[in-house]
Design a protein around this ligand. Structure first.
Ligand SMILES: NC(=O)c1ccc[n+]([C@@H]2O[C@H](COP(=O)([O-])OP(=O)(O)OC[C@H]3O[C@@H](n4cnc5c(N)ncnc54)[C@H](OP(=O)(O)O)[C@@H]3O)[C@@H](O)[C@H]2O)c1
Length: 216
C-alpha cells in the first residue's frame, strides 16, 4: 500500500519506519520540500521511503496518516489538499494539545467536540479514523514492548475504513481482541481527553512505556 505520512516529528518517523518495514511505500510530508528531518529519514529508511511536501505525500498516497502537531493539523491537511484526501482513509493520531503556554498543555478542544471531528468536518470526503493517540509512539508500532492485555481504540464513521485500519493495526502487532471500536468519530472525544491523564502518568512514572488495559 502507498502511505502518505504527514509529519516529520518522532511519530511520523516511527510510523513511517514501521510501514516501510512491513513492505509499504511511504512518502513523509512536511511544510517544505526539503525538510532536514524528512530528508534524513528518507535516506535512512530504504528505497521505499520518500519525502516531499504535505501535498506530495498525500497525492502519492492511498492512505494518509496525520502525524502533525495537533494545533497545526487542520493547516497541514489544508496544505496537503482536500483533493488529495477525498475518498481516502485518513488515519489521525494527533492530539489536541495547546503547547503555547507551557506544561502541562491544556486541550484546545474537548468534551463536546474533538480534533478528530474537526478534521472530519473540514474534509468531509475523507474517511477519518482516530486511533493510536492514547500511547507513546514506540508502543504504537510495537505493542509487545508492554506486558498485559492493553488496548488501542478506533473511532470513525466509515466501517470499511475502520476495518482497513484494524488490519493495519494487526500488522503492527495488535491482536484483534485488543482493538476496541468505540463507534463513530464523535467517540474520539474520550481518547483525546485521556491525554490529560496520560501526561500526568508519564510524569509520575518517569517514562512513557505504559498503556490502557480495560478489565472487568
Ligand atoms: N510523541 C508521541 O509519542 C505521541 C503519541 C501520541 C500522539 N502524538 C501526536 O502525534 C502528533 C505528532 O507528534 P510529534 O511529536 O511527532 O511531532 P510534532 O512536533 O507535534 O509535529 C511535527 C509536525 O507538525 C508540523 N507542523 C508544526 N507546525 C505547523 C504549522 N504551523 N503548520 C503546518 N504544519 C505544522 C511540522 O511540519 P514541518 O515538517 O514542516 O516542520 C511537523 O511535520 C502530535 O499531534 C502529537 O500530539 C504524539
Amino acid at each position: 500500500v502507498r502511505y502518505g505520512v504527514l509529519g516529520t516529528g518522532m511519530v511520523g518517523a516511527a510510523i513511517g519506519t514501521k510501514l516501510v518495514s512491513l513492505g509499504h511505500e511511504v512518502t513523509m510530508g512536511s511544510r517544505t520540500a526539503d525538510n532536514e528531518k524528512a530528508v534524513a529519514w528518507a535516506a535512512s529508511a530504504g528505497p521505499a521511503a520518500h519525502q516531499g511536501t504535505f501535498a506530495d505525500a498525500a497525492a502519492a498516497a492511498e492512505v494518509v496518516v496525520n502525524c502533525t502537531a495537533g494545533a497545526a493539523s487542520l493547516d497541514a491537511l489544508a496544505a496537503a489538499g482536500a483533493e488529495h484526501l477525498d475518498g481516502k482513509v485518513l488515519i489521525d493520531l494527533s492530539n489536541a494539545l495547546d503547547h503555547s503556554a507551557g506544561f502541562p498543555p491544556p486541550l484546545f478542544v474537548c468534551s463536546t467536540d474533538s480534533l478528530g471531528e474537526q478534521i472530519q468536518r473540514a474534509f468531509p470526503a475523507a474517511k477519518v479514523v482516530k486511533t493510536l493517540n492514547t500511547m507513546n509512539r514506540d508502543v504504537m508500532v510495537d505493542p509487545a514492548r508492554i506486558p498485559g492485555d492493553h488496548v488501542v481504540f478506533v473511532s470513525g464513521n466509515d466501517a470499511d475504513a475502520k476495518a482497513q485500519v484494524r488490519d493495519l493495526l494487526g500488522s503492527f502487532g495488535w491482536p484483534a481482541e485488543r482493538i476496541v471500536d468505540l463507534g463513530d468519530i464523535t467517540t474520539a472525544r474520550g481518547p483525546e481527553a485521556f491525554l490529560l491523564l496520560w501526561l500526568r502518568l508519564m510524569l509520575v512514572r518517569g517514562n512513557a512505556d505504559f498503556n490502557i488495559a480495560v478489565v472487568g
